[in-house]
Ligand binder design. Structure first.
Ligand code: ADP
Ligand code: MG
Length: 276
């Protein structure tokens, strides 16, 4: 594609630029990976071009789209620390418009190896810059359950952060720590980092405690809380072992419907933002 600015006036649209969303919460088991995989797949089902990047050395997002441990030859580690370009680590999935950068086994050592890299918190951002313009509509980053260098790289490279959380008492503490980190990243490393939203996962609306937690989060983050909530649904926990996002495993399940609804809500918020 021509980089000539005149190309625009000649009727060609400039190459689209992806919205990069980090799925983060330093607490484990809050629904990050389930959300990263199923939101990515649902956006792809709405014909968006989506790239899912697995930044968690556990590789759960990779296996949930069919790339199991041991068979991943090239992926996130090579992108961050192996000098390999983005286009060479991107791999296909069963959904035509969903691609993935899987977590290769060496990613386990990345947290430590990154420490000695120059500008170690912006390695991923530089990899994206080198690959620009990104031709996906959305790039979804599945973060590990910590606020280490991998998560920091995600927050520095991202346009926004989407926070999945359970409606439990200790989940509130996690949210406080994360918002502190987001503030720090905004002040020093990535001023454009927005909050895409907070989504409640595995939410049982019937319990008092979960209602209290939801109310408390809404008090602090009102407009950021997604109206869509993800209910507890066994299909969501089964589908990863089949190497499939839930919509390819059981499209009729409550879990599949909830993530399609979340994608829809995210898309309509994006549309509202782009209106003058
Ligand atoms: P994280 O990535 O934050 O550690 P996961 O997405 O891996 O969290 O979720 C933790 C566990 O809970 C996984 O076993 C997952 O299958 C399960 N799980 C996540 N969301 C749901 C849900 N809505 N209903 C049932 N099980 C879920
Ligand atoms: Mg995870």
């Amino acid at each position: 594609m021509s980089k000539d600015p005149a190309a625009k006036t000649a009727g060609q649209r400039p190459a689209p630029s992806a919205r990069i969303i980090a799925i983060s919460n330093q607490k484990g088991g809050e629904g990050k990976t389930t959300t990263a995989v199923n939101l990515a797949a649902s956006l792809a089902a709405y014909e968006k071009k989506v790239l899912l990047i697995d930044l968690d050395p556990q590789g759960n997002a990779s296996s949930a789209v069919g790339y199991s441990r041991g068979e991943i030859k090239i992926g996130t580690y090579e992108l961050l620390l192996g000098g390999v370009e983005l286009k060479d680590v991107v791999q296909p999935t069963e959904l035509p418009t969903l691609q993935v950068v899987p977590a290769s086994e060496d990613l386990a050592g990345a947290e430590i190896e990154l420490v000695s890299v120059l500008s170690r918190e912006s390695v991923l951002a530089r990899a994206f810059k080198k690959a620009a313009p990104l031709t996906w509509d959305y790039v979804i980053l599945d973060c590990p359950p910590s606020l280490g260098l991998l998560t920091l790289n995600a927050l520095v490279a991202a346009d926004s952060v989407l926070i999945p959380m359970q409606a439990k008492y200790f989940s509130l503490e996690g949210l406080g720590a994360l918002t502190g980190t987001i503030g720090m990243v905004r002040d020093s490393l990535n001023a454009r980092l927005a909050v895409e939203g907070i989504v409640f996962c595995m939410l049982d609306k019937r319990t008092n405690l979960s209602q209290q937690v939801v109310a408390e989060v809404k008090q602090h983050f009102a407009e950021h809380v997604f109206e869509t909530v993800i209910p507890p649904n066994v299909r969501l926990s089964e589908s990863p072992s089949h190497g499939k996002p839930v919509l390819l495993y059981d499209i009729e399940s409550k879990g599949a419907k909830a993530y399609l609804e979340l994608a829809q809500e995210l898309l309509s918020r994006a549309e509202a933002r782009s209106r003058p």
